[in-house]
Design a protein around this ligand. Sequence first.
Ligand code: ATP
Ligand code: MG
Length: 398
Amino acid sequence: LPTEFEQAIPVMNKIREAGFEAYFVGGCVRDLLLGTPIHDIDIATNAFPQEIKGIFPRTIDVGIEHGTVLVLYHQNKYEITTFRTESGYQDFRRPDEVVFVRKLADDLKRRDFTINALAMTTEGQMIDLFGGQADLQRKIIRAVGEPQERFHEDALRMMRAVRFASQLGFSIEEQTLAAIKDHHALLHHISVERIQIEFIKLMSESKRSIGLTPFLECGLYESCPGFSNHLTGLTKLMTLPETEIKKEAVIWTIIAYFLNLKENEVNRFLRAWKLSNQLIKTVGTILPAYHYRLHDFWTPLTVYPLSREEVIMVEEMLALTNQTGRLSEALACYDGLTIHSLKDLSISGADILASTKKKPGPWVGELLEEVEEKVILKDLPNDSQRLMQYVSERGDSK
Ligand code: ATP
Ligand code: MG
């Protein structure tokens, strides 16, 4: 067993010594069988949260109402979740109530896909009630139980299906796919934030076109902000090369570009997706820079408004969209800048004001910008004496 699992065994033994069951479950078992890196170890148990807290001295209540307790053990953290079932689902999203149960089988039954419904003992024995191992081998995403019912219970599962298709490069089993086609409109009931998490995971993976195909063909995109009239633009996302895109700003900028959004539409689009202000700001900077770079190379003046990280993102976008990125040259241009922002300029507006009897006004900012540009263009050195000399000469001539 990989070390992540080995390290968790003493934790599970403690639970068992207290008279309960404990299993590895969900994504970690799936990824172990696939031989891919494990994100986090999830442990399921028939012990109730309070019982887990009685066993371990250091715990954090991360989602105790859902049965999850975070156990801190040596240097590691383990999410330990009580076996549970969910019932209700009045609103196509979260269950009305979580019921803790004592049987593993009941817990596995409520999970989304067969490949995510595997459990494993500390001895490495698999509990596979729905043919998850066979589906892993055949590379198939199949709903546990009746797919129509499962997507009715929780419409987010349809986005999870296409996300796992992209993440694992798997295909979606026929009846599961048919149920997504039938119920795609239920996605309207799911919050944008939760859709966004799955969509970004789908887009960041190298095999994104495997997830994009059912996302588009089943109509899930129609329930996503700003997508419904853009099938043609969205289809272009399929032409991206098979490489991972880990930066969300790059993903959103590429989408805005492929959807051919006008400058004044971009902000509203990104807000509708509930992105952070920081992310929206970055996209607002790199989208015009990317447009510029499609036909021109950087100059000191055009590279100046960007951060180094943003220059890297623009070059990455060029490389992704079949242009030639020229990262090292671009960075050489950026690193060769005399200053990177007004803060780096050796004089300030206050210095300019202090050197004259003139009243404050827009002229100060204008003069400062003029000096800034001359320093960027290396027409003037970034030396306060020389700059103040220039300022006083300009003042005389004004
Ligand atoms: P990864 O963490 O690699 O993205 P994962 O399988 O661990 O994949 P999580 O979202 O962390 O995915 O969920 C953990 C487990 O919880 C899943 O493997 C699945 O068994 C179950 N699960 C998560 N979300 C749902 C859902 N909406 N409906 C049913 N089961 C779910
Ligand atoms: Mg997980």
